[in-house]
Design a protein around this ligand. Sequence first.
Ligand code: FAD
Ligand code: NAP
Ligand code: MG
Length: 474
Amino acid sequence: MTKAIWLRASLAIEEIILSSKRVAILGAGPSGLAQLRAFEAARQSGREDLPEIICYEKQADIGGMWNYTWRTGLDKNGEPVHGSMYRYLWSNGPKECLEFADYSFDEHFGRAIPSYPPRAVLKDYIMGRIDQQAIKKYIRFECPVRWVEYDDDSKKFTVTVTNHKTNTQEVEEFDYVVVATGHFSTPNMPFFKGIDKFPGRVLHAHDFRDALEFENKDVLVVGSSYSAEDIASQCFKYGAQSITISYRSQPIGHTWPEGMEERPLVTHFEGNIAHFSDGSTKGFDAVIMCTGYLFHFPFLPDELRLITENCMYPNNLYKGVLFQPNPQLIYLGMHDQYYTFNKLDVQAWYARDIILGDKVLADAKTRQADIKIWRDRHDKLDGSDEQNIDFQADYILDLLALIDYPDFPVREQAELFKQWLRDKQENIMGYREKTYPSTITNTMATELPKPWLEIKDDSLESFMSLDFVEATVD
Ligand code: FAD
Ligand code: NAP
Ligand code: MG
């Protein structure tokens, strides 16, 4: 090689190195995995200008919230346990509303299954789509992110992590940071006068693992959203003596079976006696706070941190993902959830296109105007599930129009969600026996062979060996 050619070649390599972007993905739950998969799909389609990616994951495996752990408190490395899922958790929404456009339940299981699978079955499906070998090479496990900083001059982030495998601190620079650390892990734990002297177990839903612990017990559940509804139902299913659900704003409002009831908010405790705001009292053995979660990003400085409550359209996120003050920072999965996995996919696809430069980023003013439109709409929502569902469907369709992700029947899925609401209202202990058609393959789900209340072993093996019944069409 002549000197001139050598020089040109090395300059070209340098240019490639200089132009090669670096992307940090924080978290390898469904959101982080969707981001990795979006890039992997681009690579498999022949793209060569892909960024260098490192995904940092606090846990020892992929799956995020779906990576069930028996642990509570701290994990083996002394990090706060991420998982809030419990044994015997079944999907609380129809699987037909979270089916991937490019990977159907039929494809995964090879046969029809019921509409509400238990946790392990759903996890098997979500993970089945992922080429683990291709994805895992980007992930550094047992690496909690400690701090992220942005430098205005270099326009780069510095990410600091603790690598528990090597017991060292690692510091790297990136052009983009994708925050995919979830928001259902840090308990919102209220105080009630006298709770500090309650002579029994007091826990948050985050630490709830096994309903059998509450067999024959009188249980007080505080809260009136999904965790309250489901944990109360679990306790009923596994033999609690009585369950009282205490609501702050509104009762859940189902017709509960005997042994379950709703009361307004607890005001204080005297010993094991709870006093409620309607003047009534009742003694309890245990109190489970199903009072939601805090958005907690201890690794982010003020100027990069998303500040929001759990809502349908957090402020400061353009298209629901790009942080308005600094769009090199991307947040995935920060909305309250009706749609889950397919929505995360769509967000990750859009974020990928922005990072690759396939989409031109609108200027700050245009972005702000778009955020305002959505926030104004958000502020007009009446809080009903029906309106929230349509709003989230509109949001997904807005993003879908911008990307080449396969279109999927978002509106049909919204209608299934509404049917789900009616089915829950009709029978809270029986709604998981209902079946729905797939919006992707039209396959009708099969029926459980016996009532949900009677199926207590919900392992993958046990569930898949049940004799599912072909649904009767009426
Ligand atoms: P997560 O799944 O929470 O993943 C975040 C990841 O980030 C984790 O792996 C965590 O270890 C990692 N992480 C966190 N902090 C750090 C850090 N500092 N450094 C490195 N890594 C970090 N959805 C459904 O569709 N169907 C259901 O039936 C359903 N049931 C649910 C039940 C419960 C009790 C809860 C709490 C949620 C449920 N969900 C359900 C919603 C669930 O949150 C989503 O399905 C999904 O897990 C969200 O994915 P995510 O990746 O955004 O967050
Ligand atoms: P959430 O939907 O944010 O609800 C929080 C609840 O806590 C609300 O009812 C709120 O009442 C109440 N609350 C907050 N502070 C309170 C206080 N100081 N006193 C009394 N009540 C208080 O949280 P979540 O129910 O834990 O649900 C989180 C996520 O987990 C959801 O996405 C859900 O779908 C998922 N999840 C799924 C399953 C399943 O699939 N089986 C089971 C459980 C949870 P207000 O209404 O008054 O604000
Ligand atoms: Mg499109």
